[in-house]
Design a protein around this ligand. Structure first.
Ligand code: ZN
Length: 206
């Protein structure tokens, strides 16, 4: 029964989020999942609203990284080429200021991307950019997946952050439209004789 513990420990040792051999990871079809705290993503922290809860740096992003190797020939008979890919998903939330009501709110992040892992900058520059679903990254023997995760969260941030429905706007709509509470009608004043009627009465009494 000690098998799962052993293999979990082994894979934890094999994968370092800040420094991993990305080529080897993709070639062997590596697959890891884990958590990163906001405090380890300084560029996300810098984007976080000033009014975010004090616990914001403790918020967790869940990530998965999966390596894929494909061997294919450009055309029949051509030499078989090795292509490496990395699938990345990141889920979490970032506290932002709503541009509509100016209140802080948690923007959900749920992003997934497939990258082709290139051997060098030159190869990356030469890669055809005809696939919107596929981005290109340059691999390394000491690749920082942490920075890639941070990049993905930054790219997923909205350029104009807004609540789906602003609580403040929502309330004002409710009270401003047919929900408006009319001021209560003043209670019926006691029927009093008008001063003129009283005067008239005095006159007739004389
Ligand atoms: Zn709002």
């Amino acid at each position: 029964m000690s098998q799962p513990t052993k293999s979990a420990a082994a894979s934890a040792v094999a994968f370092d989020l800040r420094e991993t051999d990305l080529f080897a990871f993709c070639r062997k079809g590596g697959n890891v999942a884990g958590d990163v705290a906001m405090r380890d993503l300084p560029r996300i922290l810098a984007e976080t609203a000033a009014d975010a809860p004090a616990s914001a740096p403790d918020e967790i992003f869940r990530y998965t990284l999966a390596g894929v190797m494909r061997e294919e020939a450009a055309e029949p008979g051509a030499p078989v080429l090795q292509r490496l890919f990395l699938d990345v998903t990141v889920e979490g939330r970032v506290w932002l200021d709503c541009q509509r009501c100016l209140q802080v709110y948690p923007e959900p992040i749920d992003t997934s991307m497939r990258f082709e892992v290139m051997a060098s900058e030159e190869a990356a520059d030469a890669a055809p950019m005809d696939d919107d679903e596929l981005d290109v990254i340059v691999g390394a023997k000491a690749f920082s997946a942490l920075e890639l995760i941070e990049d993905e969260v930054l790219l997923a941030l909205p350029s104009a952050p807004k609540h789906e429905v602003c609580p403040a706007v929502h309330e004002s709509l409710v009270t401003g439209a047919d929900g408006e509470v009319e001021p209560e009608a003043p209670p019926e004043v006691e029927k009093r004789p008008s001063p003129f009627a009283v005067l008239a009465g005095l006159k007739t009494k004389r």
